[in-house]
Ligand binder design. Sequence first.
Ligand SMILES: NC(=O)C1=CN([C@@H]2O[C@H](COP(=O)(O)OP(=O)(O)OC[C@H]3O[C@@H](n4cnc5c(N)ncnc54)[C@H](O)[C@@H]3O)[C@@H](O)[C@H]2O)C=CC1
Ligand SMILES: N[C@@H](CC=O)C(=O)O
Ligand code: NA
Length: 437
Amino acid sequence: MKQINVGLLGIGTVGGGTFNVLKRNQEEISRRAGYSIKITKVADRDIARAKEITAGAAEVTDDAFSVVSDPTIDVVVELIGGYTLAKDLVLKAIENGKHVVTANKALIALHGNEIFAAAQKKNVIVAYEAAVAGGIPIIKALREGLAANKVEWIAGIINGTTNFILTEMREKGLAFADVLGEAQRLGYAEADPTFDVEGIDAAHKLTIMSAIGFGIPMQFDKAYTEGITKLTAKDIRYAEELGYRVKLLGITKRTEDGVELRVHPTLIPEKRLIANVNGAMNAVVVKGDAVGPTLYYGAGAGAEPTASAVIADLVDVARMHNASVDQRVPYLAFQPEQIKPLAILPIEAISSAYYLRMRASDKPGVLADVTKILGDRQISIDAMMQKEPQDNETEADIIILTHITVEKNMNAAIAAIEALPAIVGSVTRLRMEELGK
Ligand SMILES: NC(=O)C1=CN([C@@H]2O[C@H](COP(=O)(O)OP(=O)(O)OC[C@H]3O[C@@H](n4cnc5c(N)ncnc54)[C@H](O)[C@@H]3O)[C@@H](O)[C@H]2O)C=CC1
Ligand SMILES: N[C@@H](CC=O)C(=O)O
Ligand code: NA
């Protein structure tokens, strides 16, 4: 059987998983690929660890550029992360006519447009299944399985670290910081976990799915990004009392005015399957006009689940490396000349239902003032809950769920509510999604 030589850049969590799974399932994988896929060279700055993992099965170097320039290497697998060095390495590999597989969503979301244009010119594959929702074959589903559909919206739990944190906080009442440490230990978190907890990693993945779903260029800089660091256990509890779960959701929707591209904590009805996705698991709902809503579920992070996607890409490369660029699945699902920009809507222009929590002095008339402010702006109320003041407290929590309104309208209403003398501090606002239709 012919051999495909792989140069692996970075043998950390995902690189190590890739090396091990490829070794363990070698026979099964080559029966599928029609080629023996072999990691022949590994670059990692931690040479000792790389040598320990590879145990003599591959040449090890600390010079990643020597791998992308090595004429014996057919495919470069980039698993170092970050955008600066990774971009240089990937562009150099493409320039040298090598196919590329990467799990690096930051790289694709920020520099994908440039990378795919370079790859198209050189007739090489750039595959990135592992970059979105880890082991779930969501790129495959979006690019191939749903090709008949006009995609209407995509919504997903696409960051394992934050879903793990939210689950542990809800189920075990643990503090945010303790759970983050555990997620790091388990290999889920990014090198800089701010990317996870501030929603940046999810926004990278959402940007990629939005581009593939709607045939638009990658526009990460226009994404609205809000993480989970300000989320309180109290809001998670109140949401639950009202029949909802709070998840960090990435949502992208095609509307008449443009495309919504937003990541934020979101209340989802608990009866939805996606509301019950826990731990580091990911789930993505894609709504196509023909197929309706479809749900994809699986491990979104971790060594072997992510390796599963990396190796699936390697199998695709093995099968398709001799084809010409126009015989292959296009990088972003649409033919490159058919990628057309659509405006990304600012967050003020999106429409959503809302969860509002405010603290009010326990005086008569406050509720009437709040409902009048909402009514004056045509914001209708779906549900309301008032918590009696506890023990020595003189203030009560009021929780309101609204029907759908434009965010700009809600901003004005919140400002007016916060200006009421009886309202203490600021109003907590969380967006809600039905995800049904
Ligand atoms: N950990 C996960 O669950 C997932 C990670 N990813 C992505 O996969 C990529 C790799 O992530 P991890 O494996 O978690 O990271 P990691 O930090 O465990 O591994 C990175 C490896 O690259 C090596 N490295 C760093 N700088 C280098 C340099 N200049 N030259 C040579 N080697 C260098 C490090 O020594 C390390 O072994 C990232 O882009 C990440 O976003 C994607 C999906 C899931
Ligand atoms: N840090 C990421 C890793 C996978 O993409 C996550 O937690 O989802
Ligand atoms: Na994937």
